[in-house]
Design a protein around this ligand. Structure first.
Ligand SMILES: [Fe+2]
Length: 294
């Protein structure tokens, strides 16, 4: 079957058909996905009814796995293999999380625009999300193109932000929703890391805004001024023309490049319906900025 890539919007997102993710990929198939990602930043592969093992094998084609993606969940509470981020509303026994459940509270942070693992020194490259049980009302995942957003800035703003660095931490993003219940060892693990605000994609060569709700300040700026400016940039970068909204069909496999996009999940009735999506993630090439020595 020939590989076909069909754009979903003018800037971001395309549908890819002609690859069966359950089979080992050929070099040509890996190349087709990588070049599609370079161009569209988000690829949707419909009809991929895969197991966890098949998802892991597929993911390894695109770089080293990011371990410990469930940053705020203890290992004894995990429902899935620790290589997966559990994007569901289920506990380890398959029951829906209660309204005041701590994991549910933390997961509500995914409703804010972010780039996966931007709170790590080496942030994420690809996120690969498999729709095992999807919702029919709500629960869309939205993606915003940070390359198109950068390109659309005026020259003065581009010059002003070129060398800025931001501090990212889960404490900042969760804190925006008023979630501040972190254990002392979690606070140590969530120590802010620095990233460039403008990054250059290692393969496409395109510049993009490295924005995320994990940002808590701009290095060297007063915090209120920094956060007001970050809000302006977020508003600019998430205008409808830069956004693709994905409505899930069961067995969709969606891949996005965290080096060129932000994403968020939309609200759904998680107390009454089940949504089971499973994410694997590959690590990026390295830090985007020098870290302060502790
Ligand atoms: Fe995410």
């Amino acid at each position: 079957m020939p590989i076909e890539i069909t754009p979903l919007t003018p800037h971001i997102g395309a549908r890819l058909s002609g690859i069966d993710v359950r089979q080992p990929l050929t070099a040509a198939e890996v190349e087709a996905i990588d070049s599609g990602m370079n161009r569209h930043a988000v690829l949707v592969l419909p009809g991929q009814d895969i197991s966890d093992e098949q998802q892991l094998a597929f993911t390894r084609n695109f770089g080293p796995l990011e371990e410990g993606a469930n940053s705020t969940v203890r290992n004894s509470e995990l429902r899935l293999d620790p290589a997966f981020a559990d994007v569901s509303n289920l506990d380890k026994d398959g029951r829906r999380l209660e309204r005041d459940n701590k994991r549910r509270m933390a997961a509500l942070g995914n409703r804010l625009w972010h780039s996966d693992a931007s709170f790590r020194v080496v942030p994420a490259k690809y996120s690969i999300l498999s729709g095992r049980i999807v919702t029919t009302a709500g629960g869309n995942t939205e993606f915003a193109d940070m390359r198109a957003a950068y390109d659309a800035l005026d020259a003065a703003t581009k010059a002003e932000i070129e060398d800025l660095a931001c501090e990212h931490s889960l404490i900042y993003s969760r804190g925006q929703l008023g979630f501040t219940e972190f254990l002392p060892d979690e606070r140590v693990a969530m120590k802010p890391v620095r990233h460039r605000l403008v990054r250059t994609h290692p393969t496409s060569g395109r510049k993009s805004l490295f924005l995320s709700s994990h940002i808590g300040t701009i290095v060297g700026w007063p915090q209120p001024e920094a956060m007001a400016f970050i809000r302006d940039l977020m508003e600019h970068a998430t205008q409808p023309e830069f956004v693709y909204s994905h409505q899930w069909t069961q067995h969709d496999l969606v891949i996005w490049d965290n080096r060129a996009t932000m994403h968020r999940v939309r609200r759904y009735d998680d107390l009454n319906v089940v949504r089971d999506l499973r994410r694997t993630t590959t690590r990026g090439e390295g830090p985007t900025a020098e870290q302060e020595t502790a």
